[in-house]
Design a protein. Sequence first.
Length: 202
Amino acid sequence: MEDYILFVAIASATIASPGPGVVLTITNSIKDGFRGAISGIIGVATAMLCIAIISATSLAAILSTSALAFTILKCIGAAYLIYLGIKMWRSSSSSNISPNRITKSNKKKFIEGFLITLLNPKPIFFFMALFPQFINPNQAYIFQFLSLAITFSVLVVIIHSSYALFAKSARAKLSTPKGSQILSKASGAFYMLFGAGLATAK
């Protein structure tokens, strides 16, 4: 039980740290409210579950030993983040937070959250390093692994929902065209910085 609590603490600290998924959650919540951020949060959590499963397969071994495979995946992920950043930055000129504004569909938000997370190879290595520390070799591996993976995904939903609730409070302050432009430019800049950081990762 103590090991499980330690895992929850480490996982929570990791999830709460700033990253593309957190920026997406905050941006969606400020623009569309808490309910508008849920689909993106589920996309991030689903991708994390997929990554956890990947970390237990031969694909993770390929990524950890093949510089080419790692480079291809990180470049795709970096390009996607930079694309989103540029798109959000350019949209700031016409962005406006209002009840009548046409927002992204829940499906699109889910896909963005899913791809932002899945196309980043770093979580794979994180899971490969973290999970073995909390798995007892004398007990059923699959059950333990699934328990840790599901726990991590549930924590993503809880922590990102907390971010969304907190960000919702800033919605009124950013309801003006100027406030919305600032949000779009800031979010776009963060995405581009994350993309550049991922592109230069080794």
